[in-house]
Structures are given as structure tokens and as C-alpha cells.
Design a binder for this molecule. Structure first.
Ligand SMILES: Nc1ncnc2c1ncn2[C@@H]1O[C@H](COP(=O)(O)OP(=O)(O)OP(=O)(O)O)[C@@H](O)[C@H]1O
Ligand SMILES: [Mg+2]
Length: 357
């Protein structure tokens, strides 16, 4: 059949091309827009991805180009790639944060496994792709995110509005941040903070000028306590990520965390195994399995949850945290930065699938 080269025939030939994660036609998902045919067989269109952090961007573009090139008369295919992150599904009786599309918790059953390191680096990695990202430090007792994001000296600006005080988040490395550390005297006794937890978390959600966000990452305190309950009962969460180390005890704790989210109807989007192996700085080709190996993969499999990735133990990651320059900025080619970026993209893909399928 001799087809005429027009926008309709381009859409027809693109119809069988699917988004590999959503497993639906790009055309039916309205991801192909603005098809134009110029003289000499130059075809151009816009591919609107479901996240700027799409892990399969190149793959999808290539698939589209291949399909369009099968049309007679096509000499060139130019694809402009943009993204519109979908809004997470609504949950009955929970009030979303206006302008915020997806709220994601980074959690762990056990302390010190690297939640804050993962939360900060994922947030920055997503922002590096062009996504609009906020970070809510829900660790009321030991807030570390301001230090890790290079904002330890930041002060929050407070506006008054008819609905009460509105906080202006701090901003660095492309990420907006609020934290208890900005609000209280560092020497304030911890005991004073407990009863305030509920109020503070609600304030951080609803009385912050977050603006438009694709992702609001919530860095949780360790365990399965009040902060987790307050948050999951207040806002609809797009999902949770559980950080663990390969050790058995840490994995046991992650199981508890997973069950808690499941009971609260928050989808667990995946497990991140941190400190998977040690890379000595003077022998980067070596790997030492300090905390054992393969535990994250095993737990993920047992629990039927995807393993989003594994992150090595590297000195530069700790230094990046202490100095306020996250490793994905300080040393983007390091093994840890590559792993963290891959995890961020993987997660963004899962969030889009959860919102759209
Ligand atoms: N992959 C890594 N390589 C090297 N150091 C790391 C790595 N992950 C975390 N760390 C370091 O380990 C320490 C604990 O990490 P982090 O504060 O992120 O853990 P956490 O789970 O948030 O702790 P808490 O339960 O106290 O909130 C920090 O000093 C951090 O820099
Ligand atoms: Mg922490």
C-alpha cells in the first residue's frame, strides 16, 4: 500500500510503539504530539515522557525513529523530548499538598543505614534531570539533611498569610528543603520535640510554599514510629522506598518497615541496598563485602518488591554528606553516584507506572 506521508500516517505507524514500562501505546497515552512534516520528508514531533527522569528515554526515542523511518518518503526524524510527570492517585480521606504531584517516603527499620544519604542524592539526581524536587526532612530528632545539602546555615523565611504562617523552603543543588533544624535551637532538648511531631509534620506539608513539585521526597526517621504514622495518615503517599544494608538484622528490620507500609496502604516501590560492598579509594578495582552480600536482592525477592539498586560504601560519599556537596554533584562518575542516579531514574519510572496504571 502506498501511504501518503502526513501526520495521520506518522501517528498510525507510531501506534504499535509502546512505553516499555507502562506497556501501552505511546499514541494512546498521548505521548506523541505536534507531528509535523516538512519539505523533503523531514518528520518532527514531540515525545512527552511521564517523567524528566525517564530511565528509558533513549530507548523510546530510538523505537519511535525506527518506526517512522519505515514510512516511504521519510528522510529524517527529529524527536523533541519533554516530560509531564503524572499526578499520583488520590487516596480517600487523605489531603494532598496542592501543586505536589508525588510524595515519596525514604524509610528504614534500622538507623544509620543511609536513608538521608539516599534521600538527598535521589532528590538531587532527580533535579539534575530537570524535575522539580522538594525534600522534607521528617527526622525531628536528628535532622541531617541541611548539612548534607549544604544548607546548615540557611534560615527559613516566614510569611504571614490569611491561613497562618507560610514557610519558604531553603534551596540548594536544585532541591527545596525544609527541616526541623531550621526551626529550633540546636541545643533545644529532644524531649520538647516529641509532642510537637504531629504539628510540625503537618506544618511541613501544608504550610510550606512548595510551589509546583514533581516529587516531594520525605526523609524519615529510623523505625516504624510516630513520624511514619503521622505522615502516612495525613497525606496520600505515591510510595515508599526502603533502605537497607546487606546484614541480616538490617534486613529483618526492613521487613517490619515493609509490613507497616503495606498495612497503611502505601505501596512499597522498592528496596535500596546501601553499603553493599566497600571500594577502597587506593584500589578502586577491588570490592570487599563488609556486611555480607546479596541480602537486598534476597529480601526483595522474598517480599515480592523490586530491588531498585545497590550502592557501594565509598569514603567520598560520606565526605560529600559531611561537606554538603552530595556525591552525585561532587563526583558524578564515582560508582556510588552512578548507582544513586540509576536508582533515582528507576524510582521515577515506577512512580509514573503507579500513577498511570
Ligand atoms: N554508601 C555510603 N558510603 C559511605 N558512607 C555512607 C554511605 N551511606 C551512608 N554513609 C554515611 O553513613 C552515615 C549514616 O548515613 P545516613 O545519615 O545517611 O543514615 P540514616 O539512615 O539517615 O541515619 P539515621 O537513622 O540516623 O537518620 C553518614 O555519615 C553517611 O555519610
Ligand atoms: Mg537520617
Amino acid at each position: 500500500m502506498n501511504k501518503i506521508l502526513d501526520s495521520q500516517s506518522v501517528l498510525e505507524v507510531l501506534r504499535p510503539v509502546q512505553d516499555p514500562e507502562l506497556r501501552k501505546s505511546l499514541v494512546e497515552l498521548n505521548m506523541i504530539r505536534n507531528v509535523q512534516i516538512n519539505d523533503g520528508g523531514n518528520v518532527s514531533f514531540t515525545l512527552v515522557l511521564t517523567t524528566p527522569a525517564c530511565p528509558l528515554r533513549e530507548f523510546i526515542v530510538e523505537d519511535c525513529q525506527k518506526a517512522v523511518k519505515t514510512l516511504p518518503g521519510v528522510t529524517n526524524v527529529a524527536v523533541e523530548v519533554t516530560a509531564e510527570t503524572p499526578q499520583q492517585k488520590s487516596v480517600p480521606d487523605r489531603t494532598g499538598v496542592p501543586g505536589v504531584k508525588n510524595i515519596l517516603a525514604v524509610s528504614s527499620g534500622k538507623g544509620g543505614v543511609g536513608k538521608s544519604t539516599v534521600a538527598v542524592n535521589i532528590a538531587v539526581a532527580l533535579a539534575q534531570t530537570g524535575a522539580k524536587v522538594g525534600l522534607l526532612d521528617a527526622d525531628i530528632y536528628g535532622p541531617n539533611d541541611p548539612t548534607m545539602l549544604g544548607l546548615s546555615d540557611a534560615q527559613l523565611v516566614v510569611h504571614s498569610s490569611p491561613n497562618g504562617e507560610i514557610l519558604e523552603p531553603a534551596f540548594n543543588h536544585g532541591v527545596k528543603l525544609v527541616s526541623m533544624a531550621f526551626l529550633i535551637d540546636k541545643d533545644q532538648p529532644v524531649i520538647w520535640r516529641g509532642p510537637m511531631l504531629n504539628g510540625i509534620i503537618r506544618k511541613f506539608l501544608y504550610q510550606v510554599d512548595w510551589g509546583e513539585l514533581d516529587y516531594l521526597i520525605v526523609d524519615m526517621p529510623p523505625g516504624t514510629g510516630d513520624a511514619q504514622l503521622t505522615l502516612t495518615q495525613a497525606v496520600p503517599m505515591a510510595g515508599a522506598v526502603i533502605v537497607t544494608t546487606p546484614q541480616t538484622v538490617s534486613l529483618l528490620d526492613s521487613r517490619k518497615g515493609l509490613r507497616m507500609f503495606q498495612q497503611l496502604n502505601v505501596p512499597v516501590l522498592g528496596i535500596v541496598e546501601n553499603m553493599s560492598y566497600f571500594i577502597p579509594p587506593d584500589m578502586p578495582e577491588k570490592q570487599y563485602d563488609i556486611f555480607g552480600s546479596g541480602g537486598g536482592a534476597k529480601t526483595a525477592e522474598e517480599l515480592g518488591v523490586p530491588l531498585l539498586g545497590t550502592i557501594p560504601l565509598e569514603i567520598s560519599t560520606r565526605i560529600g554528606g559531611d561537606n554538603g556537596v552530595p556525591i552525585v554533584v561532587a563526583d558524578p562518575d564515582s560508582a556510588s553516584a552512578k548507582a544513586l542516579r540509576a536508582i533515582a531514574l528507576n524510582l521515577a519510572g515506577k512512580v509514573s507506572v503507579a500513577a498511570l496504571v
